[in-house]
Ligand binder design. Structure first.
Ligand SMILES: C[S@@+](CC[C@H](N)C(=O)[O-])C[C@H]1O[C@@H](n2cnc3c(N)ncnc32)[C@H](O)[C@@H]1O
Length: 422
């Protein structure tokens, strides 16, 4: 986690600009005067990369009186940014310290790889209107199999979904070196992306050596909802391919699949694949059995043709705007964290941070197994504006229901009467 540590930290007068960075404000946590969030705007130099809006993210400042020091570090919301962008932002603030007696930092090792910006690195937003035929790999890790897919299927778009940033940075570098044009990478939970993709677009979905989570099966990628969404996203005769060294995981997945009517199944044991992934090589050395489960979608499982456009329309319908928010609700409510737990979704408002007329809510919400963490900025300065930092939530059903509840909470005539429901 990029950071620097110093006996005291003095920020320059905000807003402060330095190169591609703008440090907009420091918002103080209302419940803990030792914690604050610093909003950073990063303006891309490369005009081909993006529209003219900056990327926004937070750094966290924590004063630790018991240890006689303070720290500035990367905040959760920044994790989707390339590490180099965050490190350079923290470094800029470190260079502003006049006391010069830094205790420690980890900002030196800033290789070009960490700064990699790539046209093949896509946001969830990009996929809201996506309709091309594709192959999808979930949790590609070292990326050997995904690169092979992209090289051998130049007529198809290949999509790699990962939650591990170093794996993403590594494969983006490979895409550049190999000159591939048909491989898109996305940093998100695969279960979330599958929910928003249109129906019948994928010829194959690959899940190779997923983490078994045998003691916490609710954390598994391959679950009932994932299988259902995969069958919806697959085109007729498309295949969902699970490859695993874990027999329990394999059997659970097979049992889930058996509850579907219109599919064909193929099971193989110790079948050799053209490409041996890093994990597979490890299991091979340990002489472990490898299990393949291939689930083919038959045409009778196919959705009506209008389903495809219906899904895109459904995504567009879920707008994450806010009407006017009552400022007194933000000023009066002190009972954070606020928690609302419903049957299929939840909303957790962790805290509120303030910088003059700007309020920042730290939120976690959506589906219990795939929660989304976001910051909501509400500004009552010259013009009233509200937006989720670094873009709207991913429009899953659970996230949308949580957003609607947040609107109710912020518009309630007297929010002090609201109590968390857990
Ligand atoms: C055990 S590794 C296997 C990597 C690769 N498929 C292979 O065969 O070498 C599992 C990978 O899945 C990724 N992963 C875990 N949960 C995920 C999720 N919900 N969505 C996307 N990727 C996930 C992890 O970050 C990790 O890289």
């Amino acid at each position: 986690m990029p950071h620097f540590l110093s006996p005291t930290i003095t920020l320059p007068n905000l807003p402060f600009k330095s190169g591609e960075y703008e440090f907009a404000y420091e918002a103080q946590c209302r419940a803990d005067s030792h914690q604050s969030l610093i909003l950073v705007r990063f303006w891309q130099n490369d005009t081909s990369h993006n529209e003219s809006l900056p990327d926004e993210f937070f750094l966290r400042k924590v004063e630790r009186p018991s240890k006689n020091n303070s720290i500035i570090k990367c905040e959760k919301s920044s994790k989707a940014q390339p590490t180099g962008i965050i490190k350079n932002a923290i470094k800029t603030l470190m260079e502003q310290q006049s006391n010069q007696h830094l205790i420690t930092h980890n900002l030196n090792n800033n290789s070009p790889r960490q700064n990699l910006q790539s046209p093949f690195f896509k946001s969830v937003k990009y996929f809201l209107d996506f309709s091309q035929k594709c192959l999808i790999e979930v949790g590609f890790g070292s990326g050997r199999h995904l690169l092979h897919l992209a090289k051998s299927n130049p007529h198809l778009i290949c999509i790699g979904i990962e939650i591990h940033s170093p794996s993403i940075e590594q494969i983006l570098r490979q895409i550049e070196l190999l000159g591939l044009k048909n491989l898109y990478i996305i940093h998100t939970d695969a279960r979330i992306l599958l929910e928003i993709l249109p129906s019948c677009i994928a010829e194959g979905i690959y899940v190779h050596f997923p983490v078994p989570w045998n003691k916490k099966p609710h954390r598994r990628v391959f679950c009932k909802a994932f299988l259902q969404e995969s069958l919806r996203v697959l085109d007729d005769n498309g295949v969902l391919h699970l490859r695993s060294d874990d027999e329990i995981y394999f059997r659970d997945a097979l049992n889930l699949a058996l509850s579907y009517k219109h599919i064909n199944l193929q099971v193989q044991k110790n079948h050799k694949n053209a490409i041996v992934s890093k994990y597979e090589a490890r299991w091979e050395r340990q002489n472990k059995d490898i299990f393949d489960l291939k689930i083919f979608k038959t045409s009778s499982e196919s959705q009506d043709s209008h389903m495809k456009s219906a899904k895109n329309a459904q995504n567009a319908e879920k707008n994450f705007n806010f009407d006017k928010i009552l400022r007194k609700n933000l000023d009066n409510y002190t009972d954070f964290p606020y928690k609302k737990i419903a049957k299929d979704w939840f909303l957790h408002i962790d805290n509120v941070y303030c910088a003059g007329g700007v309020y920042v809510l730290t939120l976690c919400f959506g589906d219990f197994n795939q929660p989304q963490s976001k910051f909501l900025q509400i500004s009552f300065c010259a013009t009233y504006t509200t937006h989720y930092i670094s873009g709207d939530p991913i429009p899953t059903k659970a996230a949308y229901l949580a957003h609607k509840h947040l609107i109710e909470f912020l518009n309630l005539a007297d929010s002090t009467k609201v109590r968390s429901e857990v």
